[in-house]
Write a protein that binds this ligand. Structure first.
Ligand code: BDR
Ligand code: CA
Length: 319
């Protein structure tokens, strides 16, 4: 099978960790590296969590590079109120790995990896786009080597944590704008769609019955996430269950047949009084942009049953 070469950029983070269950064990992917960024938590924490996730899932062979500690031009606003002080709720690694990040930082690691790769590489971005924006600012020539960027974030309707902005855009809107308008094929897995890839309370209990350390970690993560999202986000009004945004986005890479897409012209509000971080998507074609100008492949539907089947089967495979 021809594998997809990919670099994963993340801010681990509960749903980032949940998504690793699928990506790290997928035979369809050739993961060239994982890079971390500040987002859900500070960079030390997202890096520690990712290194230990790789160890727990038996993938310490994948290089990890530590990325930017704050957004391009703003202070970091983290999501500790959702993901906890350690970024993984009340889950703590019993025997932390001694492995350290690569000697290169994320920007230089991605640059070197792209330049060395014989195939074009997909970037799966599950976090604020700071690393990727810095990469493109410093090394614009890498655009040719990127097959596409698949990004979790943005929306037409569903904001979180503000009514109109999603976390991964709101944290670093200037970075999101730069990447979205870079000319690289940009696939957006928006909250409008990830909210349809949800776990019910029964689904979470089902995970709890799978008896291996990875599934048990996923169970604890999802339980905590469900509680904090319900407490903080008024989620019972808006969501049908626990939305596992990053997992949904990762499955778009491994199983695109479970999704549909449409092309829009898009941009990001960076200076709004009320709307900073809003992703403006011209879904009614008001601006009459040509097909070439439509820069966003917007993922507009997901097969929830398909995602859950893959997720549960993968968790069982760690037994
Ligand atoms: C996104 O923001 C982060 O909190 C999650 O990890 C996910 O990537 C959801 O808005
Ligand atoms: Ca994330």
């Amino acid at each position: 099978m021809e594998q997809i070469s990919v670099i994963i950029d993340c801010d681990t983070g509960i749903d980032d960790m949940v998504s690793f269950a699928v990506t790290l064990s997928s035979k369809k992917l050739n993961i060239l590296g994982i890079t971390t960024v500040a987002g859900n938590q500070k960079i030390d924490i997202t890096t520690y969590n990712t290194l230990n996730g790789l160890a727990l899932m038996g993938r310490e062979d994948i290089p990890l590079a530590r990325g930017e500690e704050k957004p391009l031009y703003r202070p970091l606003r983290d999501a500790g109120y959702i993901h906890g002080n350690g970024g993984l709720g009340e889950y703590y690694f019993k025997n932390p790995t001694s492995k350290q990040p690569d000697k290169l930082d994320a920007v230089h690691f991605i640059y070197e990896t792209l330049m060395k790769s014989e195939e074009k590489v997909v970037i799966l971005a599950l976090a604020p786009l700071t690393n990727i924006a810095k990469l493109l600012m410093q090394y614009p020539e890498v655009k040719e080597r990127i097959e596409k960027i698949i990004f979790m974030g943005g929306s037409i309707r569903s904001g979180n944590p503000t009514p109109v902005s999603t976390f991964n855009v709101l944290v670093d809107p200037e970075a999101a704008r730069l990447v979205m308008k870079s000319g690289i094929s940009f696939h957006m897995c928006p909250m409008d769609t990830t909210k349809d890839a949800y776990l019910t309370d029964e689904d979470i209990e089902h995970i709890g019955k799978i008896n291996n350390p990875v599934a048990q970690m996923n169970y604890q993560l999802c339980k905590f996430y469900n509680d904090t999202v319900n407490k903080n986000n008024n989620a019972h009004n808006r969501f049908k269950g626990l939305c596992i945004h990053d997992l949904c986005t990762a499955v778009y890479l491994t199983n695109p047949e479970l999704f549909t897409t449409v092309k829009y012209y898009g941009d990001v509000e960076t200076k709004g009084e009320l709307t900073t971080g809003f992703t403006m998507l011209d879904y009614e074609d008001i601006l009459r942009k040509s097909d070439e100008e439509k820069n966003v492949t917007y993922i507009n539907s997901v097969n929830r049953d398909g995602i859950l089947k893959i997720y549960f089967e993968t968790l069982k495979s760690f037994e």
